[in-house]
Design a protein. Structure first.
Length: 99
């Protein structure tokens, strides 16, 4: 519980009830014990999208996680899926020419 003292009550409320809260367990006690796991499941964009969390509070969570030896989840890259789509179209077009 001492580690939680560095995060504001509003941040804790969001993390305990947010989209990734279930990763920490069912009860408030379990979620408190697994708070770093819950916070690390967020990307910066997801965290800022939670009601009550803006850029300043997201930064506070990032700094707190660094102190726990963790970090926010990396953003998913759209360029990978775009390049796969382009390759699939190219393969599909090549296949239609063969027939």
């Amino acid at each position: 519980m001492l580690a939680m003292a560095k995060l504001s009550r509003s941040i804790l409320t969001v993390l305990f009830s947010g989209r990734h809260a279930a990763l920490g367990g069912r009860s408030a006690r379990e979620r408190a014990a697994n708070l770093a796991r819950i916070a690390a499941a967020y990307s910066r964009t997801e965290l800022e999208a939670e009601k009550g969390i803006g850029p300043a509070r997201a930064t506070a969570v990032e700094h707190w996680l660094e102190g726990q030896g963790s970090s926010l989840r990396a953003e998913q890259s759209c360029s990978i899926s775009a390049s796969v789509s382009v390759e699939m179209v190219a393969v599909g077009n090549a296949g239609s020419e063969v027939q």
